[in-house]
Unconditional design. Structure first.
Length: 423
């Protein structure tokens, strides 16, 4: 199942691996992302065509019910034809949650690609700088970013329990409950699932399939036309901003903190690329910033204000030149680790906290523009962050399908209690 831009990027490598091995594989699109920039262009780029599209539309509750109902009908038809259906769902999308539910209703357990992603949040109150200074969430003025960077790399300084991002943390937990095979990107994700009671023998640490897509796109960078459209990016030395999480775009305090940091960098002459998404544009309108950001783009040639690009190779080509990525995205944290680009996560916590623990990423809580700006400047072409370990593996799609085939050799992934207990 695919539905969103990250789904397409991360599921297509598995889809092609399944085809290569001769599996009977059907590619289903729910229609959650349906425009050219977020879906159509990338499907053409990767040379795949969905076998069916559920064409869901509406509010979140309507989309969820439509996916369960429409996909449930498709699965029921396949079941009536004697097929054992193994839904492949990805990550923390609404589609993953609803599609796994649709399968579970028919007694079929899903393969959860990118399983176990849970948010960890730094214990901000525990952060003490070597010299007196403010907290990253409670103070202004001087802030010791180096001490903060070191603090974040100690697992003891993180806590569980966050429901952000919304609804993604809900989605991934629900998907897990309907899963027969959990494909975890890193050991930390396996740790989370074991603590929640999921069976050890159905959790496989395989890496993240985004690496396969990123490396494939890296090999096609010479085909990208992004520098023809945005020649100022060709020489690199820029920060890419992307702000699209509901928490950031619905909260004026959070959004203005991030926007203020970006604006200050632009006005100081730093090169800034803003990839504006639907939620970003809605926030500009909501908080009365639309005319200001348009005027800033017109007045400052160092500021590139662009909608989402349709082709993945353009994203990778541009980011290969970037000095830093400031983002509230989940996938960008993984891609930047794979590419060796410093990442700043514009959230209070992260569901890719492993990338922060290994040193390729740093949290910039969205409450204070001056601190966010300072953290971005610290990460700008930071050599230590560039040299951080690459933690998301390689040849991940092969490892994923190896794990699935191992379980399928034992029977239906939806196992009965007799099977589990070997009675």
């Amino acid at each position: 199942m695919i539905a969103t831009k990250p789904d397409i990027i991360k599921q297509v490598p598995l889809y092609k691996e399944l085809q290569k091995r001769g599996h009977c594989v059907v590619l289903g699109h729910t229609g959650q992302h349906y425009d050219e920039n977020l879906s159509g262009g990338m499907l053409k780029e990767f040379g795949v065509q969905p076998d069916f599209n559920l064409n869901v539309r509406g509010s979140m509750y309507e989309v969820v019910s439509q996916i369960i109902g429409r996909l449930g009908y498709v699965i029921d038809e396949l079941k009536n034809r004697g097929k054992v259906v193994v839904p492949y769902v990805h990550g923390d999308t609404t589609t993953a949650m609803a599609a796994s539910n649709a399968g579970y209703c028919h007694g079929f357990a899903s393969v959860h690609v990118e399983a176990g992603i849970r948010t960890l949040t730094p214990e901000f109150a525990s952060f003490k700088t070597p010299t007196p200074g403010p907290s990253p969430v409670r103070g202004r003025g001087e802030f010791d970013v180096s001490a903060w960077y070191a603090f974040l790399q100690d697992r003891k300084n993180w806590e569980r329990g966050s429901l952000e991002p919304y609804p993604e943390q809900f989605n991934t937990r629900c998907s897990e409950a309907a899963t027969g095979i959990h494909l975890a990107p890193v050991e930390l994700d396996r740790e989370f699932m074991l603590s929640e009671g999921f069976p050890d023998d159905r959790i496989f640490v395989v890496g993240n399939s985004v690496v396969d897509a990123t490396m494939e796109a890296m090999g096609r960078i010479d085909q990208s036309t992004v520098f023809d459209r945005h020649p100022s990016l060709k020489d690199g030395d820029f920060v890419r901003f992307c702000i699209h999480r509901r928490e950031n775009c619905l909260s004026e305090k959070r959004f203005r903190a991030i926007y203020g940091a970006m604006k200050a960098l632009v006005e100081e002459g730093r090169k800034v690329l803003l990839i504006s998404m639907i939620q970003t544009e809605m926030a500009f309108e909501r908080f009365g910033l639309k005319e200001e950001v348009k005027a800033m783009a017109k007045a400052h040639p160092n500021f590139v204000y662009s909608p989402v690009w349709a082709e993945y190779v353009d994203v990778i080509a541009a980011m290969s030149k970037a000095a830093v990525c400031a983002t509230d995205s989940g996938s960008m944290q993984e891609e930047m680790n794979a590419m060796g680009i410093p990442c700043v996560t514009l959230r209070f916590g992260s569901d890719r906290s492993e990338s922060i623990l290994c040193g390729s990423n740093i949290i910039a809580p969205p409450v204070d523009s001056s601190i966010i700006k300072k953290i971005i400047e610290f990460a700008w072409d930071n050599k230590a962050m560039r040299k951080a370990p690459k933690i998301y593996g390689k040849d991940v799609s092969k490892k994923c399908i190896d794990a699935v085939e191992k379980v399928l050799a034992q029977g239906n992934p939806f196992r009965t209690e007799e099977e589990r207990l070997k009675m």
